[in-house]
Design a protein around this ligand. Structure first.
Ligand code: C5J
Length: 223
């Protein structure tokens, strides 16, 4: 797919070059999204995030059918916690924190059931999965090197949560020269006000961090 596709977006159309664009799905992990997981254990309403599953699935299916690049991320740490900053371990003063045993295994530890990606969006063999210790997908990972080697210059960024890992990753990507398009129905926050404001921050001031659109417009453009 070599033609440039013009996607209706805010603050103005996103001129997408599909061969140079990757779909980057952020942290669609069981512990954040599934009833009975760590997110719900903390008192969050997971339905706010689960709304994004079906649009992500539709976009992922269309993206794969078009033969375009997909990457996934997972937030998580080494089992020995050697990459977990003490400040992150104690943040929130919860009775259960990262590394402790939670409802789906050790919380945010690589290889544990809760840290894995939900079955609906499970990566196919060959789709890179970036395990990240921070909120941004570029911090302490090989994501930038992989994207550079693939010739990627534009990203469609989806996933959770809108104001935390999605926003942080879009800002990191923007500073590294990537153009980011965020389909609003494919990102989710436990807090409706943060969903709204997280998207507004991206597209404000002429698209200071990127563009905001909707999955149906991207799928329509892909044909
Ligand atoms: C993500 C978080 N993925 N909210 N993590 O946004 O802690």
């Amino acid at each position: 797919m070599n033609a440039t596709l013009s996607i209706d977006a805010e603050p103005y159309a996103f001129e997408m070059q599909p061969a140079k664009t990757a779909l980057l799905i952020i942290d669609m992990q069981r512990d954040f999204l599934e009833p009975g997981g760590f997110g719900e254990m903390l008192g969050n309403d997971v339905s706010q995030l689960r709304r994004a599953i079906a649009p992500n699935k539709n976009l992922l299916d269309a993206w794969r059918a078009a033969g375009l690049q997909v990457l996934h991320t997972r937030e998580g740490h080494r089992p020995d916690l050697s990459d977990l900053p003490p400040a992150k371990k104690v943040r929130g003063k919860g009775t259960k924190t990262i590394g402790d045993t939670g409802p789906m295994g050790r919380i945010l530890i690589r290889g544990e059931p809760g840290q894995d990606i939900i079955p609906e969006l499970y990566p196919l063999p060959g789709e890179p999965v970036i395990d990240k210790p921070g909120k941004g997908a570029f911090f302490a990972t090989d994501l930038h090197a992989i994207l550079q080697n693939l010739g990627i210059t534009q990203l469609v960024v989806t996933g959770v949560t809108t104001e935390v890992c999605v926003n942080t990753t879009v800002r990191e990507a923007n500073d590294r020269g990537y153009e980011c398009l965020v389909p609003e129905d494919c990102v989710g926050s436990y807090f409706p006000i943060f969903q709204e404001m997280g998207l507004k921050m991206i597209k404000a001031q002429g698209g200071i961090f990127g563009w905001v659109s909707d999955s149906s417009k991207i799928i329509a453009a892909l044909g």
